[in-house]
Design a binder for this molecule. Sequence first.
Ligand code: NAI
Ligand code: ENO
Length: 361
Amino acid sequence: MRTVAVVGTGLIGTSAALALSARGIAVHLEDADHDAARTAAALGAGTVEPAEGPVDLAVIAVPPALVGPVLADCQQRGLARCYTDVASVKSGPRADIAALGLDTTHYIGSHPMAGREISGPLAGRADLFEGRPWVLTPTPDTDTDTLNAALELVALCGAVPVVMDAAAHDRAVALVSHTPQLVSSLVAARLEHAEETAVRLSGQGVRDVTRIAASDPRMWIDILSANAGVVADILEDVAADLGETVAALRSLQAADEAKRREGAQGITEVMRRGNAGQARIPGKHGAPPTRYATVAVLIGDQPGELARLFGDAGRAGVNIEDIAIEHSTGQQAGLVQLSVAPSAATGLTAALRERGWSVRD
Ligand SMILES: NC(=O)C1=CN([C@@H]2O[C@H](COP(=O)(O)OP(=O)(O)OC[C@H]3O[C@@H](n4cnc5c(N)ncnc54)[C@H](O)[C@@H]3O)[C@@H](O)[C@H]2O)C=CC1
Ligand SMILES: O=C(O)C(=O)Cc1ccc(O)cc1
């Protein structure tokens, strides 16, 4: 693959274009908002000049409801030999494409399972898809060259291809993406009118649970409109669990000891089920979940501290698998939690202490 057109240069389009450009692909950028395309080009994602002839692949990165009309326009212009889209839902766009009577042989639905809570080209990152699943939804109509072009796109973006049926995809993302989005919003919504003194105490737990509550409602209304029934079914199950959890909490306050025991069992059971579900979430690169050891290091809030810490970990020969940073309110310091292989934790702790770092026990 040598030439790609990216139509829609928001977060996802720009991220894909940055990854492709970095691999030497000639990327032509288009957006209904010319400023968005020009911004993406200025970031090094490609050129706003149109291609001279049909490109090898066009990536349509617009809101789900616009995939059909935009594909119709692109095919009519003969923009590309093959087409894909990246919408977060797959059945709706497919139905629109069928209703518009478009060529489905040279089109394949796709969805990178990576995103951010912010939109637009400036949020684009070349490594956004690195190691993340990227779903492809071919049908019996899809020709081999189109499937191969999409597979090449996924590989060039460093993602892991997963082939699925569109309806199964939509059920899966209802569970792992759409419901978590709404639950995150619901938890964060409790903070809207909370006392400032309470919100100031926020630690890492509430930050983790509410990170995606910062997402743009305009994008999500498009996604949820196309998957509303499935998400509502899952939220109904969550509501039933919530009802039982509330009842268990009320029992915990009862005078009767047997009732209190029943309440404790109810809460233990919901937390046990949570532990079991959380343990099933795959680790990096889709590998089975790995238990990492955490080495917690106190760092000063000044330029270069993180780089110095990573440098010292590297010199100790330790691969950092993940990091989390906890900022303490009103203090010029943060706690960096380095996730490393369990066998490396003791050596890393010793090496960092030797270099003067304050490592928590
Ligand atoms: N944001 C996320 O976390 C993820 C989003 N997606 C999907 O990717 C697609 C794009 O989402 P984002 O990049 O987040 O949105 P975005 O809002 O950052 O970008 C969408 C872009 O499409 C452009 N656009 C709208 N109508 C157009 C048209 N007719 N022709 C050309 N350009 C047009 C807009 O001007 C905008 O620049 C959506 O279908 C979304 O469901 C997929 C994975 C993750
Ligand atoms: O921020 C995250 O962790 C996400 O998982 C975001 C996300 C949002 C929408 C998608 O279609 C895919 C991924």
